[in-house]
Design a protein around this ligand. Structure first.
Ligand code: FES
Ligand code: FES
Length: 159
C-alpha cells in the first residue's frame, strides 16, 4: 500500500500519495512545484532547496514520509497579488539570474538567512549560499541581491 502524507504546500493543505522511498523533491515536482529543481540528487547543489517548517533543506535528501504533517514553502508561493517577492525583484534588478536553474534554491537560502539574521554581513550571505551551486554568475550579483533585500526590509534605500 502506498503511503499517503499530509503536506501544507505554500499554505494549502494537500493529501499526497507517495511511492516507497520517494523523496520530497519527487513529490513536490509531481504536485506541480517545478521551481524545485533536480540537479545532483546527492545533496550537493542546492537546486532542490525548499523551506520545511521554515528552514531550508535540500528536498532530494528528505524522504517524503519524513515531511508528513509539515509546512513546505517553495518559490511558487513567493509572489503576492501579482508582485514578486522583494528578493525575487532584487535578483532581477541585480542581474543575478542567468539560466535561472539555481535561482529558486538561492532564493530559499536567502529567505531562510534573512528570517533569522535580518542584517547579515556579506560574508554571512556567502556562507548561507555555500550549499548553492551556480554555473553561470559567479555569485556576486546574488549576494548583492540578498544584501539589497535586507536593506529594503530594514527600511533603507540605495537612493
Ligand atoms: S538536487 Fe538536491 S542538492 Fe542537488
Ligand atoms: S544562473 Fe545558471 S546556474 Fe545559476
Amino acid at each position: 500500500m502506498k503511503p499517503t502524507i499530509a503536506l501544507t504546500i505554500n499554505g494549502i493543505q494537500r493529501s499526497v500519495e507517495t511511492e516507497l522511498g520517494e523523496t520530497l523533491l519527487e513529490v513536490l515536482r509531481r504536485e506541480g512545484m517545478k521551481s524545485v529543481k533536480l540537479g545532483c540528487d546527492t545533496g550537493d547543489c542546492g537546486a532542490c532547496a525548499v523551506l520545511l517548517d521554515g528552514s531550508a533543506v535540500n528536498s532530494c535528501m528528505v524522504l517524503a514520509v519524513a515531511a508528513d504533517g509539515k509546512d513546505v514553502d517553495t518559490v511558487e508561493g513567493l509572489e503576492h497579488d501579482g508582485h514578486l517577492h522583494p528578493m525575487q525583484q532584487a535578483m532581477v534588478d541585480a542581474g543575478a539570474v542567468q539560466c535561472g536553474f539555481c535561482t529558486p534554491g538561492i532564493l530559499v537560502s536567502g529567505i531562510d538567512l534573512l528570517s533569522h539574521n535580518p542584517d547579515p554581513t556579506e560574508d554571512e550571505v556567502k556562507e548561507a549560499l555555500g550549499g548553492n551551486l551556480c554555473r553561470c554568475t559567479g555569485y556576486v550579483k546574488q549576494v548583492d541581491a540578498i544584501l539589497a533585500t535586507a536593506r529594503l526590509q530594514a527600511g533603507e534605500t540605495d537612493a
